[in-house]
Write a protein that binds this ligand. Sequence first.
Ligand code: C5P
Length: 226
Amino acid sequence: HRTVALLVAAGTGSRAGGDIPKQFRVVGGKAVIAHAVDALAAHEDIDAIHLVIGAGQEAQVRALLGGRVVAGMTQGADSRRGSVRAGLEAIAAAGGVDRVLIHDAARPFLPGAVVNRLLAALDDAQGAIPVLPVADTLVRGMGGAMGDGVARDDLFRVQTPQVFRFDTILAAHRGWDESREATDDAQIMKGWGHDVTLVAGDEGLEKLTYKQDFARAEARLASART
Ligand code: C5P
């Protein structure tokens, strides 16, 4: 197998506040994107890492990565879906890849065990994604009033990396109706008619989205050092 990680980092991260996109902020003395690259590079089954970044960000990203090696950098798009598509097309142009892990640069901590579970699942499936159960009670909100409750036993929170057979996810992206948005690639794969296997995710893999997520990530790194 030749397995490439596609790391998407072209978002503006507006929900996290601050002037710089969340994936470029520093936690524990290292940029979030550098944490993500290190985690992917540390896995023996990942052969190369391809980045998707915003327009004009190459010098900034190279500086944040220090000497870390990536196979390529592609300019992203206005939507996450468009950014992933651009990266997949760049990887396709280079050729020779049969599995891809699509991962958010805003998730700095990736346990190798999650990658093991995902790649093992791909032996019998076209796609596999890491998920976690929902611990809180869920309700619908009706203009400030509580609506009906929602059964949570068959609901899951979806994380990345999401792994796919390369040719299949490329075809699914190419066939996707561009006017529809999709917050992840598994929806696109499912929409293309392929079942996607669920494997256990990891709490540590949470995406940094809001300001308080960064404080939690700092604390996590500090406690890991002691
Ligand atoms: O905004 P969200 O948290 O969904 O972003 C998830 C990941 O997708 C982030 O790493 C972000 O940089 C990336 N992204 C992208 N291009 C966009 C939007 C998001 O590469 N237009």
